[in-house]
Write a protein that binds this ligand. Structure first.
Ligand SMILES: Nc1ncnc2c1ncn2[C@@H]1O[C@H](COP(=O)(O)OP(=O)(O)OP(=O)(O)O)[C@@H](O)[C@H]1O
Length: 310
């Protein structure tokens, strides 16, 4: 696919593509399920970001509907983390390019920060503090009222299954427990939008499932919107309502995993059942060198969380 081609866009219900209503400062609405339009949690319009002369994000358009689990997929260097850091206000972008629940990340930065919880790829837990102390620290940083703090910290730890281990040093946690602790840190401020950058990188399959089980349970209980990046196509297929496949700073395909694979199956017409990874190969073409070398599948920069905490 050439750089000039449009990404394939598919609606969550398989019918109409999501369309944003240009209605000024009001949160936009999108039809995420074919029924009532839903509020837009994230709206990215023509986002470009360059580090010096290196373009990391190259004209990204995205809409994440409130309440959905949206996956940003792609190989190393596709621009996923850069895009996410723009949404979290950590990288400066011109006004009008990125909005969170209708708030512009540039002109209304503090309002945006109050709405989101962010689990970065980098380690954010302190090995010399207990799990509870780590989450308490975030509760203070995020201005959780003092009288609510102990309860909110306990609830966040409970939500990720760490109540029993709460008073152990984080340095004794397994990689999966550390990831869940970081999830609790992000949850303690009761965000409307949870952003997770490679939440399961470097974890074994059981720990990966454990992390996702908690994410999905929290989402079901709270209705929280989840924006997640991952290299793992199988996770995206299983857990994401919609995915955007990114390559070289641009979205190459967008839709529900089911719709994207069905669409490819119909086009191939050879009786095979393509996976999401096949869709990626199809839209990224032979230029996806990482994928061809197998690096894509094997988590290129393994985040050995447990070792780093210890
Ligand atoms: N701080 C930085 N300074 C210079 N270049 C950067 C910086 N951060 C990212 N880049 C470059 O921007 C491009 C996109 O990187 P980004 O980290 O957004 O990709 P990614 O899809 O998140 O990859 P990964 O899966 O490896 O995290 C890459 O070419 C990367 O080298």
């Amino acid at each position: 696919m050439s750089d000039d081609e449009e990404p394939r866009e598919v609606a969550a219900n398989g019918d109409q593509p999501h369309t944003a209503a240009a209605n000024g400062d009001q949160p936009h609405r999108v039809a995420a399920n074919g029924d009532e339009p839903r509020e837009e949690a994230v709206t990215v319009t023509g986002l470009r970001y360059a580090f010096g002369r290196a373009t990391a994000v190259d004209g990204l358009d995205l809409t994440v509907a409130a309440g959905e689990v949206f996956g940003l997929l792609g190989p190393n260097g596709a621009g996923k983390t850069t895009a996410i850091r723009c949404v979290t206000t950590l990288l400066p972008v011109p006004p009008g390019m990125v909005r969170v629940f209708g708030h512009d990340v540039t002109t209304d930065r503090m309002a945006v920060r109050r709405l989101l919880g962010y689990v970065p790829q980098q380690l954010s837990a302190d090995s010399s503090l207990t799990g509870r102390e780590n989450v308490s620290l975030f509760a203070r940083v995020f201005d959780v009222p003092r009288r609510e703090r102990a309860d909110r910290v306990a609830q966040a730890l409970e939500a990720v299954g760490l109540s029993e281990a709460a008073d152990r040093m984080a340095g004794t946690y397994s990689g999966g427990m550390v990831r869940r602790l970081e999830l609790a840190q992000a949850l303690v401020s009761a965000p409307r939008l949870l952003i997770l950058d490679e939440p399961t990188i470097g974890l074994d399959p059981i720990a990966r499932t454990g992390v996702w089980d908690h994410i999905m349970a929290i989402r079901a209980a709270s209705g929280m919107t989840v924006l997640v990046t991952t290299h793992y196509m199988d996770e995206a297929d299983q857990y994401c309502d919609r995915v955007a496949l990114m390559h070289q700073g641009r979205v190459r395909a967008l839709g529900t995993p089911r719709r994207l694979t069905d669409d490819l199956r119909a086009r191939l017409g050879d009786g095979t059942s393509p996976t999401l990874e096949d869709v990626f190969r199809d839209v990224a073409g032979g230029s996806l060198d990482d994928l061809d070398r197998g690096e894509f599948r094997d988590v290129r920069r393994t985040r050995n969380t447990a070792a780093r905490v210890g």
